[in-house]
Design a protein around this ligand. Structure first.
Ligand SMILES: [Zn+2]
Length: 298
């Protein structure tokens, strides 16, 4: 059955129509944060409206959203200022009332993880972890075939594991969190600390592979930090696989082999690149309308 899948981020709202595993329509609307919650809501409505001609009367809307989300109420527990006014927003209720359709809302990293579990790199794994290396560092964890949500829906915040006590200030208010090092933003900060002038991740890796010393140093520190996060996750969860996704994985030709060599954890099977790219979140969110056993209370 066809469903709409939406991925709400700080810069755009992406939407698809998915029929099983097949994407049959897609759209993207810039997230208008100029008017706070009111304009963000308009961006979400617009995304859904763009896709309505391609679905049936009974099709539902699955939503993956930035922020900490209570998936049972479909409510935002906490969102950063990337989405001003979003904390407390009842996404599920508002979208249901507007469109009179079934709605499911989960955190965006969780949605992407569900996509990879159902259709991608973590298929067939009951115990898996996903790290999303984008602007920040998102996380998803499944234990015995269920997504770990946490008692306040703030579980799997792998990006906020303390990596360097008293390190760089984080958006969460604490210091030294993993996402300040193991993310696109983190790589750029590390590069600047090493004396590199570039603020482009592709260029940083490229110049490192060309043998420029300060870029090599930055890449080296970045990979050591990533290894520390992966080892932490491995020690706690002993997963069947750890999927690495997000924008930095599109640059993996520069660093994947070096990471595997450092990890030495039978890493070929354990560490896997995500397959679904930036469609994972929308696909995972839409899948919940077919089957929500990954999320049900347990
Ligand atoms: Zn933090």
């Amino acid at each position: 059955m066809k469903h709409i899948g939406i991925d709400i981020g700080g810069t755009s709202v992406k939407g698809i129509v998915v029929d099983g595993q097949k994407i049959t329509a897609q759209t993207k609307v810039p997230t208008d944060i100029s008017g706070g919650l009111e304009s963000i809501t308009k961006s979400i409505f617009q995304t859904i409206e763009n896709l309505l001609p391609y679905v049936d009367e009974n099709s539902g809307v699955g939503i993956g959203s930035a922020g900490d989300i209570d998936p049972f109420l479909g409510r935002v527990i906490y969102a950063t200022d990337n989405l001003p006014g979003f904390t407390g927003f009842e996404i599920k209720k508002v979208v249901e009332e507007r469109f009179n359709r079934r709605v499911y809302v989960v955190n965006d990293a969780v949605a992407a993880f569900i996509g990879e579990i159902q259709f991608g790199a973590a298929a067939g794994c009951d115990n898996a972890v996903m790290l999303t290396l984008g602007t920040g560092l998102g996380g998803g964890i499944s234990v015995n075939g269920r997504i770990l949500l946490g008692s306040n829906y703030q579980g799997a915040r792998i990006g906020h594991i303390p990596l360097h006590p008293d390190g760089r200030a984080c958006t969460c208010g604490l210091k030294g969190c993993a996402e300040q090092y193991v993310s696109a933003t983190g790589l750029i900060k590390t590069a600047h600390d090493c004396g590199c002038e570039s603020s482009d991740c592709g260029e940083i890796f490229e110049r490192s592979s060309n043998g420029e010393a300060e870029y090599q140093k930055a890449t080296d520190i970045f990979l050591n930090d990533m290894c520390a996060v992966i080892r932490t996750v491995k020690c706690i969860f002993d997963p069947e696989c750890i999927v690495l996704g997000g924008g930095l994985v599109e640059l993996k030709k520069y660093w994947w082999d070096a990471l595997s060599a450092r990890l030495d954890l039978n890493s070929e099977k354990l560490i896997r690149p995500a397959i679904l790219g930036n469609m994972a979140g929308s696909m995972g969110a839409a899948y919940l309308l077919e089957d929500d056993t990954l999320i049900t209370k347990h």
